[in-house]
Write a protein that binds this ligand. Structure first.
Ligand code: URA
Length: 231
C-alpha cells in the first residue's frame, strides 16, 4: 500500500479513536454537543488525565516514550505553559526537567514561588521527534486537554513560554517579541507571554526582559490577592 494512504488511514483511525474517547460513537456529530458533554464531566485533573488515557490521537504517540501530562498544584494561581517535552521530559514523564527546566525553576523562584506551588504544562504532551516544532494537527489534537487543565485549575494568570505557547493560547501569529510582557485574556484568565527558557539559554541578554515580565506577574498576583481578600 502507498505510504501516504497508510498514513492517512492511520490518522483517520487516530481521529476516530479520539471521537470514541470523547464518548462519540456515531457520526456525524456537532462539535459543540460533544464539547458540552465532556466539559460538564471534567472536574479534576485526574478526570482530564483519564480522558486523555494512553493517547494516540496524533502521530506523536508513535515516537514518544512517555506522555508528559503536566505537574504542580491543582489550585495554582500561576500556571506556565511551554511548547512540548524534550528528551529529558520524555524519559522522566515530567515537564521542564532538562536544562531549560532548571532555568525555569530559577525563574519561578525569582518571584518567591516554588515549582510545587505553580502548575507547569505544555502545548503538546508528547515529544516531537528530534525536538522539531509541534505541527498544527498535533497542537489541535492536544489543545482540548490543555484547555481542560486550564479550566480545572483556573489560575489567576498563565505565563506562556515562547512563541508556540503564546501564539497557540492567544490564537495569533504575532511575534513573541511583540507579545511578551503584555497582558491578554482567555476565558477570563490573564495571559502574559514571555521568552522560552531554552531561548534564554541561547540569548542570555534577554533574561532582563523575562525578569521584567516576572515582576509584572508577581505584581498582578499581589493585587489579585488583595482584591480577593477584600472581595
Ligand atoms: N521545553 C518545553 O517547552 N517544555 C518542556 O517541558 C521542556 C522543554
Amino acid at each position: 500500500m502507498d505510504e501516504n494512504i497508510r498514513e492517512a488511514i492511520s490518522d483517520l483511525k487516530c481521529y476516530l479513536e479520539y471521537l470514541k474517547g470523547m464518548g462519540i460513537s456515531s457520526l456525524p456529530v456537532s462539535e459543540n454537543v460533544s464539547e458540552r458533554v465532556v466539559k460538564s464531566e471534567i472536574q479534576t485533573l485526574t478526570d482530564v488525565q483519564k480522558t486523555l488515557g494512553d493517547c494516540k490521537r496524533c502521530k506523536l504517540h508513535r515516537t514518544r516514550r512517555t506522555i508528559v501530562f503536566g505537574e504542580g498544584n491543582e489550585k495554582a494561581t500561576l500556571m506556565f505553559v511551554g511548547e512540548g517535552p524534550g528528551y529529558d521530559e520524555d524519559v522522566q514523564g515530567r515537564p521542564f526537567v532538562g536544562k531549560a527546566g532548571q532555568l525555569l525553576t530559577k525563574i519561578i523562584e525569582s518571584i518567591n514561588l516554588s515549582r510545587e506551588e505553580v502548575y507547569i504544562a505544555n502545548i503538546v504532551k508528547c515529544r516531537p521527534p528530534q525536538n522539531r516544532n509541534p505541527e498544527t494537527d498535533e497542537i489541535q489534537s492536544c489543545n482540548p486537554f490543555l484547555m481542560d487543565q486550564i479550566r480545572v485549575i483556573r489560575p489567576r494568570i498563565i505565563c506562556a513560554l515562547g512563541s508556540f505557547a503564546a501564539q497557540t493560547l492567544l490564537k495569533t501569529s504575532t511575534k513573541i517579541s511583540e507579545l511578551r510582557g503584555k497582558i491578554f485574556d482567555i476565558e477570563g484568565i490573564k495571559v502574559i507571554p514571555t521568552y522560552h527558557p531554552a531561548f534564554l539559554l541561547r540569548n542570555p541578554e534577554r533574561k532582563r526582559d523575562v525578569w521584567e515580565d516576572m515582576k509584572k506577574i508577581a505584581e498582578y498576583l499581589r493585587n489579585a490577592d488583595r482584591r480577593g481578600q477584600s472581595g
